[in-house]
Write a protein that binds this ligand. Structure first.
Ligand SMILES: *Cc1c(COP(=O)(O)O)cnc(C)c1O
Length: 231
């Protein structure tokens, strides 16, 4: 087996087992392949194996790969997710070239994305990033302010508010991680009780995807375990 196939199969197996343990359907968890720092060839390998959703953090690097792959006749159509911090002067290329954005954490960014989303494209799918670690330096809206932000974003044209994303503290303490994932899940449940109709909870990476699935994740963002270590 090629190493791309081995790695993809092994991640799918981890997702399947985690779903079984939680009594969830395998199809309820999407795999987002986080390809930051890896070349377009690595993305093409995964795409050829049927993995078509990719996450990128760095705008210029992502635009180069998106453009290159779109011109390759052998590459299937790909779905691009922007998952990195967003500077307000960089919203236009995100609105023009991505299908999803996971890292919206203030209204100004959402308003710019809405204004800049080209009319001929379908609405941009948006997740609001929640700061569940309580660290001031972390990006993400505070859980207490999430309802107001989500309601404001949901009313913007050319955006479709789909759910929430979180990046927990850099810890291996599973109980702490569980607490942070649960904060995000609680906000998600509250928003849906308020009628927002969200379907996407983006939580879990290479090291903690099983725990995130147990806590309700519907989208795991996996880099290292698929592509290898980043340099
Ligand atoms: C890099 C990154 C990932 C992937 O992390 P791995 O530990 O390599 O799986 C997931 N989410 C975000 C927001 C990232 O920046």
């Amino acid at each position: 087996m090629s190493s791309a196939l081995e790695q993809l199969t092994s991640i799918q197996q981890r997702i399947r087992i985690a779903c079984e343990r939680s009594g969830r359907d395998f199809a309820s968890v999407q795999l987002l392949a986080v390809s930051k720092t890896f070349p377009a060839e690595a993305i093409l390998d995964m795409a050829t194996l049927g993995q078509t959703a990719f996450g990128e953090n760095y705008l210029q690097e992502a635009l180069d790969k998106i453009t290159h792959l779109a011109e390759l006749p052998t590459c299937p159509p790909l779905q691009w997710h922007f998952i990195g911090p967003i500077q307000s002067n960089k919203t236009r290329p995100i609105a023009e070239h991505f299908d999803w954005v996971h890292s919206v954490d203030r209204l100004k960014i959402a308003q710019r994305l809405a204004e800049q989303r080209p009319a001929h494209l379908s609405p941009l799918n948006v997740l609001i990033q929640i700061n569940t670690s309580g660290e001031d330096s972390k990006s993400g809206v505070n859980p207490a302010d999430a309802v107001a932000l989500c309601q404001a974003v949901a009313s913007l044209p050319k955006l479709r508010l789909r759910g929430l994303m979180t990046i927990p503290s850099p810890t291996e303490n599973m109980e702490q991680l569980r607490g942070e994932f649960n904060i995000c899940k609680t906000v998600f449940t509250t928003l849906n009780s308020a009628g927002l109709g969200l379907d996407t909870l983006s939580m879990g990476m290479s090291a903690d995807l099983e725990l995130a699935i147990e806590c309700g994740s519907t989208c795991v963002r996996v880099g290292t375990a698929l592509f290898g270590a980043r340099h």
